[in-house]
Write a protein that binds this ligand. Structure first.
Ligand SMILES: *Cc1c(COP(=O)(O)O)cnc(C)c1O
Length: 286
């Protein structure tokens, strides 16, 4: 599979942004999870017949792994600590799509990853691992090519973080840009720790921006819903409801960052809106 996503120009709150549409990479294998798992799609793994991983029952990574496994003809077993009764009885979103791709869901935890069978590939929660570098490097090269083509001398980059893996490797391969990111899971100190686990040299870390108020991942916030609706009205682009609202709130609260040409990375995840959007509509109305 060949990767390349378009860059569009959008206007939001009277400001122009470039938007890297990684949500449009491929109908099923898209967003930053496609970048992070691209290594496992493209290289030879003669012994592997099965992927195992763990995390939440609605995760974007889970869905993308189910697509990867299907494309490669591998089995996929996914471990969750817990699954909501409602979701089990009314499958939707990432969970439903992953099951349709043949995912085997197990409630429980992976006992040990130390002595796995040689036919089993273990993927960290959210794809936080060094192999992600392979696909994110290609993302960086696409950005550099686009930048050159359009003669954009200085460019800021922004993307919201979960594990921080995408932002970290992007900054590594875009040394002439500042990659800005905000934590969506945990706080700035947590995100810094995640960076350090993948790269000891702090000089090559992305720059962390954040808002004053504390934020809990997966919880509903009126401000998040509001900016998500506004984005859709003004740009006609559908963003994800878990990461992008906080990302856009953080970015627009930092005028010094958007005073230069700025590229926002759309990291996909829109299938997850099938579970988030009804929750928002129930709480705050349509
Ligand atoms: C997974 C995901 C992220 C976070 O990516 P990290 O590499 O873990 O920081 C951000 N946005 C979307 C839409 C995602 O699916």
């Amino acid at each position: 599979m060949y990767l390349n996503s378009p860059v569009e120009e959008i206007s939001f709150e009277n400001h122009t942004f470039y938007l890297k549409r990684d949500d449009l990479l491929h109908p099923n294998f898209s967003g930053n999870k496609a970048r992070k798992f691209y290594y496992f799609l493209e290289n030879d793994f003669p012994d592997i017949t099965k992927i195992i991983s763990f995390g939440s029952a609605q995760s974007n990574a889970m869905y993308s792994l189910s697509v990867l496994a299907k494309m490669r003809g591998w089995e996929f077993e996914y471990f969750v600590e817990h699954i909501a009764e409602y979701l089990k009885e009314n499958p939707h979103g990432n969970y439903k799509a992953a099951l349709e791709n043949g995912m085997k869901l197990t409630v429980g935890s992976i006992k040990s990853t130390d002595d796995l069978d040689i036919d089993t590939l273990f993927i960290e929660e959210g794809g936080r691992q060094k192999e992600a570098e392979y696909g994110i490097k290609i993302l960086a090269q696409e950005i550099l090519e686009w930048q050159k083509e359009h003669d954009i001398k200085e460019l800021n980059i922004f993307l919201p973080s979960g594990t921080g893996t995408t932002a970290l490797f992007l900054q590594k391969y875009l040394p002439n840009s500042v990659v800005y990111t905000n934590p969506c899971v945990g706080d700035s100190a947590y995100l810094k720790k995640q960076f350090l686990e993948l790269e000891e040299d702090e000089k090559t870390h992305p720059t962390i921006l954040s808002l004053e108020k504390k934020h809990h991942f997966g919880k509903l916030y009126r401000e998040n819903y509001k900016i998500w609706l506004k984005l859709q009205q003004q740009t006609e682009v559908v963003f994800d409801l878990l990461y992008d609202p906080l990302g856009w709130r953080t970015l627009t609260a930092h005028p010094e960052v958007i005073s230069k040409p700025i590229l926002y990375i759309h990291q996909g995840g829109v299938l997850g809106n099938e579970s988030m959007l009804p929750r928002y509509e129930r709480k705050y109305g349509v």
